[in-house]
Ligand binder design. Sequence first.
Ligand code: ADP
Ligand code: MG
Length: 713
Amino acid sequence: MNTLQKDIRSIRGIGEKRAQALGKLGVFSLFDLISYFPKRYEDRSQIKPIALVQDGESVCICAVCGDEPRLSRIRRGLDIVRFRAFDSSAQVSISYFNQSYVRNQIHRGESYRFYGKMEVRGSQRSLTNPVFEPEESPLSATGAIVPVYRVCAGLPQRSLRQSIQAGLDQCLDEIPELLPEPIRREHALIGVREAYRAIHFPEDYSVLEQARRRFVFEELFLLSCALGMRRQERSAGIPLPVPDFEEFYARLPFRPTQAQRRAVSEAAADLASGNQMTRLLQGDVGSGKTLAAAALIWQCARAGRLSLLMAPTQILAQQHCQTLSGFLEPMGLRIALLTGAVRAAERKSLQEKLDAGELDLIIGTHALLSEGLRFPRLALTVTDEQHRFGVEQRAKLTGQPEQEDGSSVLPDSRNRPLVRPHVYVMSATPIPRTLALIIYGELDVSLLDELPPGRRAVETFCVDSRYRARLLAFIRKLCGEGRQVFVVCPKVEEDTEETWEASPAPSEQIPRRGKLESAVEEAERLKKELPGLRVSCIHGRMKSAEKDAVMRAVLEGAVDVLVSTTVIEVGVDVPNAALMLIENAERFGLSQLHQLRGRVGRGVHQSYCVLVTDSETKEAKARMQVMCESNDGFRIAEEDLRLRGPGDFFGSRQHGLPETHVADLGTDTETLMRSKEAAERLLREDPELQLPEHRALRERVEMMAEKMNGTLN
Ligand code: ADP
Ligand code: MG
């Protein structure tokens, strides 16, 4: 058996108990053990003269024990060992609480290295419970850069450190080098053995940095290889000739932006390639994604093929239908909208039309997939995910197999078909590049990084709740001019959980400072404060039919002020809305705030976004500042990632990113790009990683791919 796979119990000092504790940390084999990297390091490498140490400084000193350590009992369960120690500069009083054994390990007249936090009171210096080693022993717990691991009960830091040292001694020579020599040379990465040694027991900071750099690269390289190999598994797709899009553009009411043209030609080439397209169209709110989809739908229709467009809500499906009909019907496309549950008769007639090839586009919600319809000649599915695109929805993107007779059945993704419809996903989530590469690792990405001309940036302000009277006046003024206003409050559910401090009896609950507004309460309040204005409310607990009814009223202009929780995030276009007012803005993620702001400024009027917050924290202030300064979704997303960390980026609901071990998805972008490029190049030379020198790499990539299947699909 390979030494790396040996059980950790083969190490001296690891018995049943330790092994169990290590098991809790996911460490079973020697390889697991040496791959258990420190969470931080303590610099105990500099030995300081006692006299120079400042109060509160964590420091390593080298001192001679000046008197025999004395044990005294302070009270039951509390004893103390005390002695004095000195070097040539000063003396220090050292105490150990409840470590009576120290008395037998430290002897008068002998020299030790101590590491701990120094307390200085006038001329008195003291150290409490410092780590110590005899001066002549090799540097390990003191006098070096010392690794600090995440430990658990039954696993002392020191013993873990020793086990890892022993583990390295045993198997270091057998760790295979995964990174091909040319790649290592090109990126100046140290060898695997040196890296393992240095990540645990670095001699200095520069070698530690080199080790970390190597592991970050290795991890991202493995990830890129795994994703790259998955891309290769792509199925065949229906080849659709690229039409002359100028003909299409010429009939639009406006000129497409350069970004729209680029996105269309990228996808159009995919559609023509004979391989299945799986492409993501990323574009900030209002960047005109619908148009790009329309162009592709037109391309399909020209080839006599059906397209399907799915939106997250009924009302959005309706809006898409309106927009797309406006573009496409004059060009002769036949479009059907499916809303609500389809009645049997309707389904039958629809199916007949589908079978006869009398439709070019069907629009609906995801429920389209569960209507039991067959979609012959289906060539393209477009999914408008808005911001809702979560990892858990990826499974739906694989498309559906096309059967030999040219018909297709939804949903079915289990048996790998030969030909699949093309997949186009539109997302308004401005995902930072690092995350996009990983989440959408096997999708190609087009970017709409240009807004249509003539848009006026939404003016953004941040105020506290003392501005309420002025805000009410502002609302009255805008509504007086015929505009509409959105007011967003944090979720109703959160309100009950977080507004009230936990206290012994419910009757004694006290509202917290900066109490959260629930949409319902806020609507009631605004109705009183804004007599004569039509105030409506929409929130997540309403049935979708109710929500649709309210949204319709808003679209028809029958509502002046719409109070809501974040349900309006999902992309309904209300061009007449001119103010987005967000209560307790500190409660929202930056990307979410940006999405909300994107709901206004869609028409010709100057629009405003007001963030209301009473939060005084530095973080909240930093976030509001970003919002006021920037209208760029990508920049905001990068900031969001930086401020919150990737785990939080999508909220726990959508968690499912591959867990990285050493790489930081927020900051290691540069390395990610380089490792991705290296992986792609390698896969071009050796697509299956079959070459003997890539064997170890292939095994690890397969392990990685397996883990990813667990988290991503
Ligand atoms: P989103 O990317 O948020 O889905 P839409 O596709 O809804 O954006 O487009 C937003 C608005 O901009 C729509 O009213 C659309 O008609 C308009 N639009 C799209 N492209 C252009 C363009 N090139 N010039 C002017 N207006 C455009
Ligand atoms: Mg849209």
